[in-house]
Design a protein around this ligand. Structure first.
Ligand SMILES: C[S@@+](CC[C@H](N)C(=O)[O-])C[C@H]1O[C@@H](n2cnc3c(N)ncnc32)[C@H](O)[C@@H]1O
Length: 404
């Protein structure tokens, strides 16, 4: 292989969200395919980052990098196209007073007991009605309205909004299994909305410690495209991130009910689907020109004969997106900055798509140096691919770069 490759199997549990389900604050909201705080802590230690540094995560998801950096006293910013990701990241990294939140929660609980169900606050897309039938949507909407009317700060309001959004899957007929949405006749009834909200809020409150805010340290996520970052040049000393894997999973479908319940109408959700990274075939993003980009030769060889031309188009787009993002990383990083990209290889028609090696090569085109590829895990191929081509494992790796 062209790039130095090392096995780092002791990190294998750190590239899935499993362990984070038990961790204070991290567990408030998780995205599938996220890594854990251990990975971020290990990299901060390895790179010797401290309070003078600032870390970037251009695909912030549920904010693992930001929260883990906060745990180590290092400032961090994140970007994501999904408003749900921004709400989760900013709420998980906000500094709260438990006492104030408890008072607000008592007020909210009282309004829920007395209000019953109120007329719907807005028209929801058909899919949301279908996912939350038999009064469930009405019950969730009533809570959402009470939260909007609560007298508290905007980050306190977001605390309750996140709690409410996080319980939606318990009631939904649209079930995210792995990266896909399946329709199942399941879930709790409308009468249990307040019970589950109470459980969730109490769990979240139990995770809050009243510590004084860290002076001159900042954690903030905002809506932005990783291909066109709103950051000044040479601002960051490190990047820790995981772009969507090119596995056809589409976050606007997996989180479609939550996004259209709390943030977007049908058209806006579709527009978000089109604009996301080209990791699923429905993406058709507007992206800046990339005249200097050269698609890796091994990539063209791997995808040339794919039977499904949409997959060929998707994979070409995916690595073009990766190039644009890596150019932005090179621009916003200081000299000597380090970057870690967690990526997963894929397989189509029995052909391995070596995302780690292509990312390394493309990163070098973008002006970074690939220090090494750390292989942390090997995953089986999909049941469909396995039936046809046998069991072939795909690497999951951390591609390590330096800005020269
Ligand atoms: C693998 S997830 C990141 C998970 C994250 N590491 C965590 O800990 O939760 C990838 C994220 O990329 C976001 N995304 C997709 N296309 C994007 C783009 N063009 N710019 C920024 N974020 C994008 C998705 O919304 C999703 O939140």
């Amino acid at each position: 292989m062209k790039y130095q490759t090392t096995e780092q199997a002791e990190w294998r549990h750190w590239v899935t969200p499993k362990d984070a389900k038990e961790k204070a604050v991290h567990r408030w909201y998780l995205f599938p395919h996220s890594f854990t705080d251990n990975l971020v802590h290990a990299l901060i230690d390895e790179w010797g980052l401290n309070g003078q540094d600032r870390i970037l995560d251009p695909f912030v998801g549920a904010g693992t990098t930001l929260l883990a950096a906060k745990e180590m006293g290092v400032s961090s910013n994140g970007y994501d196209l999904s408003p749900l990701a921004i709400l989760a990241s900013n709420t998980k990294t906000a500094t709260f007073s438990r006492k104030r939140l408890k008072t607000a929660w008592r007020t909210l609980e009282n309004t829920l007991v007395h209000n019953g169900t109120t007329p719907m606050s807005r028209a929801y897309p058909e899919l949301v009605h279908k996912a939350l039938p038999e009064g469930r949507l009405e019950a969730l909407d009533t809570v959402a309205t009470s939260i909007e009317n609560l007298k508290c700060s905007s980050s306190e309001r977001d605390f309750f909004r996140l709690a409410l959004i996080s319980i939606i899957p318990r009631f939904s007929h649209a079930v995210a299994t792995g990266g896909w949405l399946r329709w199942l006749n399941q879930g709790d009834g409308a009468e249990n909305v307040t019970i589950f909200l109470k459980k969730q809020v109490e769990m979240m409150l139990s995770d809050i410690c009243d510590i004084s805010p860290q002076v001159n340290r900042y954690w903030k996520a905002r809506v932005a495209d990783a291909r066109v970052m709103p950051a000044s040049d040479e601002k960051y000393s490190a990047v820790i991130t995981s772009p969507p894997y090119p596995n056809r999973h589409d976050y606007t479908r997996i989180f479609g009910v939550e996004l259209m319940f709390a943030f977007l109408d049908w058209e806006a959700n579709r527009a978000l689907r089109y604009q996301t990274f080209h990791s699923h075939p429905e993406a058709r993003p507007n992206r800046p020109a990339a005249e200097r980009y050269k698609s890796p030769k091994a990539l063209s060889d791997s995808i040339r004969d794919l039977r499904d031309k949409r997959m060929q188009h998707m994979l070409e787009g995916y690595f073009l997106d990766m190039y644009l993002c890596l150019c932005e990383v090179a621009r916003v990083c200081r000299k000597g900055a380090k970057a870690a990209f967690v990526v997963g290889n894929a397989q189509y028609d029995g052909k391995a798509i070596l995302v780690d090696e292509f990312t390394a090569e493309i990163g070098e085109q973008a002006g970074l140096i690939c220090e090494e590829i750390r292989v942390v895990r090997r995953r089986g191929n999909s049941a469909q691919q396995m039936g046809k081509y046998g069991r072939v494992a795909s690497r999951e790796s951390v591609v390590m770069f330096e800005k020269p």
